[in-house]
Design a protein around this ligand. Structure first.
Ligand code: FE2
Length: 409
């Protein structure tokens, strides 16, 4: 239906006072439009079951062959990849981020999660990897760039990490279509995301997005059975060492890492190598870090732990963004590594019990960092906070709330 002059008047009357407010309103309008028309979903969640081997194999075979997209690193187009965290509302001190992993599946569930994110209007949004099935241009479009796509673009920044699925199509659409749509706001300047890793920082915290996706694929087919080690490539290591200066012993800001691949997993393969590379860059400093990842399609709060010679980490798995959420218990030997785990059954599809999709909302306020784990019904299932001691780099951790079902014992 064409826009009438009354509609236009209403739109101007509704104009907010800040760019961020207008931005949030535009996103909300898209959401309301979407609620009226849900036909834009291209997949149903059952297509993503692990048993759907034929479906997956077809996408995989179509995309897997050919050369890998060249790696992109900083400096690139005058960009260092290190950005100052900024609130999109000048009068507000608190900075918010929404983290979504394994979200890009273009299902009703992923739309629901994204629309919930929109209601919170976070300053930053980060997709922590895996665009299903193979990160093709059409899949990037359906989830992120089409007018009907439900991804919420944060007013201060919208960033993406690569998972393994982006690399099943050699990273071409990730580098050529997704990164050009992603950006960071620095003051009045909007910069396009230049590489698959980044650092957001202020006086108290450094949020470092790591690229583990590029090195998560090897030879076609072999990589599925025996995945490569997800090491940080030389360019990324040099950036962490020389630009981020992560090893500066006088810098005791809180460190929060984001990656697609798990540093620790009680369920499937985990990857010690990136952690060991980081601990080497930290020159073996005994300071705990916070590390959030995806890849495993579930929500797990791990007990503080290490993998190999990596750092001591508060590890969290948030791979429950959009795909069927798994709720099985791990091997009994691995159970002690888990603090909390969302095993609630949301629905049963084709005799598979599925858990709740959701996202994490991070709130930074001076030395405090709070994390709210929200499911697609907007229930905050777990909430925790860390306080960084800038004198010694230690973290004080507190559980603020947890629903009883998340307890594993
Ligand atoms: Fe993955």
């Amino acid at each position: 239906m064409p826009e009438t002059s009354q509609d236009r008047t209403k739109k101007y009357l509704d104009l907010g006072h800040s760019e961020a407010e207008n931005h949030a309103k535009t996103q909300l309008e898209l959401y309301e439009k979407h609620v009226k028309d849900t036909s834009s979903v291209t997949n149903v969640i059952s297509e993503f079951f692990k048993t759907n081997l034929v479906g997956f194999a077809w996408h995989y075979i179509k995309s897997r062959f050919g050369p890998r997209h060249p790696y992109q690193s900083y400096p690139r187009n005058g960009d260092s990849g290190v950005y100052r965290l900024q609130s999109s509302v000048p009068s507000r001190n608190e900075i918010s981020l929404a983290l979504l992993s394994d979200w890009a599946s273009d299902t009703e569930e992923s739309d629901k999660v994204a629309h919930l994110v929109a209601r919170y209007a976070p300053d930053y949004t980060v997709h922590m990897g895996d665009i299903y099935f193979v990160g093709s241009p059409q899949e990037v479009e359906a989830n992120f760039t089409a007018p009907y796509a439900s991804w919420y673009y944060g007013a201060s920044g919208s960033l993406a990490l690569s998972g393994n699925h982006e690399m099943y199509s050699n990273g071409n659409a990730f580098f050529k279509h997704l990164l050009p749509a992603m950006y960071i706001q620095e003051g009045e300047v909007r910069k396009t995301q230049q590489a698959g890793f980044f650092c957001l920082e202020n006086e108290h915290w450094r949020i470092i997005g790591l690229d583990t996706g590029y090195t998560s694929v090897g030879r076609p087919f072999v990589e599925i059975i025996s995945p490569p080690d997800c090491h940080l490539k030389k360019e990324q290591i040099e950036w962490l060492r020389d630009v981020v200066k992560i090893g500066d012993p006088d810098d005791k800001r809180g460190l929060l890492f984001l990656s697609h691949h798990p540093y620790i997993s009680a369920f499937r393969e985990d990857y010690a190598k990136p952690g060991e590379q980081i601990q080497e860059l930290l020159k073996g400093a005994e300071r705990p870090v916070i590390w959030l990842w995806g890849h495993d399609h579930r929500l797990v709060i791990y007990n503080q732990g290490k993998n190999g010679n990596g750092p001591l980490a508060y590890g969290r798995c948030l791979g429950h963004g959009g795909l069927p959420v798994e709720i099985k218990m791990p091997d009994p030997n691995d159970l002690e590594r888990i603090g909390f785990y969302d095993r609630r059954v949301r629905t049963v599809v084709k005799r598979h019990a599925l858990g709740y999709n959701g996202f994490v909302r991070l709130l930074l306020d001076e030395q405090n960092l709070r994390a709210e784990y929200r499911d697609l019904e907007d229930t905050c299932v777990f909430e925790e906070s860390w306080t960084i001691n800038r004198q010694n780099g230690q973290l004080e951790w507190k559980i603020l709330q947890s629903i009883p079902e998340l307890a594993v014992r």
